[in-house]
Design a protein around this ligand. Structure first.
Ligand SMILES: C[S@@+](CC[C@H](N)C(=O)[O-])C[C@H]1O[C@@H](n2cnc3c(N)ncnc32)[C@H](O)[C@@H]1O
Length: 317
């Protein structure tokens, strides 16, 4: 079944009260206080900041503290424009342009430098585990892809769509955004329309196998697989490898070198199901994702562990 725009939000709000099979112990904990009632959301935690926009002196201090991160992006040709778009999007959503969003702006500009063919305005990008749909919005606002397939746990996906609607406005949201779900009987979305427009296809994590219906040129996962059970990481790897048909599929994976979830599950980026035949284009600690800032001394603090980013041409072996 395919649900458009606001109908998708209504559907997800009904689904959000159910247990999510894709949620690890980490996400069961962070989603435990989440509720959505007639447009009012409560208990949003664990997937990025959503403070009100910074103003006055506070804005100046944030911009000052964000300077070292913007300097890291100075060689990425598209950064200035992406940065401006992020400012416009977050303003429309009445939320701050914080470090969580700035990381997405820098990463997208980095990827535009590294793999321009996969972000050529005609491509399809899967974003697995976005937050407030920041990466999805930036990709489309910059016209870097024609279609974004946005996959997330039901509760976070609901928040992603809610923030997309704030950015796009109701009319464009209803036109551009579709939820493809297996919960009810399935339509064939490709028969449904062949519009020339940019589009966003939302998919619940539990329906991960719908991904094979959409080709992918680039797949992005940031600070997300590190919080999934290995079983789900493996499912996504398998879908990504299936997505390689005629074209090359690049996977940008930026996750903790090692993380232990509340139930003791251990995830290590180096132990995800990579294959020796994969062509590794980038593999290093992500420069803009090692420290965050706060208004207390020391201002720049290390995250709980180092974060590695990899850009890999995936084999379908
Ligand atoms: C810490 S947030 C990161 C958000 C954003 N990518 C960033 O860099 O700030 C982790 C994201 O992964 C999502 N996630 C967790 N388990 C998932 C699953 N099985 N499938 C898809 N997304 C998942 C969460 O809902 C959340 O959106």
């Amino acid at each position: 079944m395919v649900l458009r725009g606001s109908k998708a939000i209504d559907f997800l709000s009904e689904q959000a009260v159910k247990d999510d099979p894709g949620a690890s112990s980490h996400w069961k904990y962070y989603h435990s206080d989440f509720s959505y009632n007639e447009g009012q959301m409560k208990g949003i935690q664990g997937f990025g900041g959503n403070r009100l926009p910074y103003g006055g002196l506070r804005k100046w201090i944030h911009q000052f503290l964000q300077k070292p991160y913007r300097n890291m992006a100075s060689d990425f040709v598209s950064f200035e424009k992406v940065d401006q778009c992020a400012n416009i999007i977050t303003n429309k959503q009445n939320r701050a342009y914080d470090l969580d969003v700035l990381r997405q702006s820098i990463t997208l500009s980095f990827l535009k430098n590294k793999c321009p063919n996969q972000l050529n305005g005609q491509s399809t990008v899967w974003v697995i585990g976005d937050g407030f749909a920041s990466m999805t919005s930036l990709i489309l606002a910059n016209r870097f892809a024609k279609r974004v397939v946005l996959v997330n746990l039901t509760k976070t996906l609901l928040v992603d769509l809610y923030y997309l609607r704030l950015w796009l406005g109701e009319k464009k949201f209803d036109k551009m955004v579709k939820l493809h779900t297996l919960t009810s009987s399935e339509d064939d979305i490709s028969k449904e329309d062949n519009s020339e427009d940019f589009e966003i296809i939302a998919v619940q994590a539990s329906d991960y196998n719908l991904l094979e219906k959409y080709n992918a040129d680039l797949v992005i996962n940031i600070a997300s697989m590190q919080e999934m059970n290995p079983e789900y990481i493996a499912k996504y790897f398998s879908e990504i490898r299936k997505a390689k048909k005629s074209n090359d599929v690049l996977f940008y994976c930026c996750n903790r070198v090692e993380k232990v979830l509340p139930d003791g599950t251990l995830t290590r980026i180096g132990e995800y199901p990579w294959l020796p035949e994969d062509d590794v284009l980038v593999n290093e600690l992500c420069p803009w994702h090692q420290k965050y800032y706060e208004f207390s001394i020391p201002m720049y603090k290390k995250y709980d562990g180092p974060i590695q980013h990899r850009l890999v041409k995936m084999t379908n072996n």
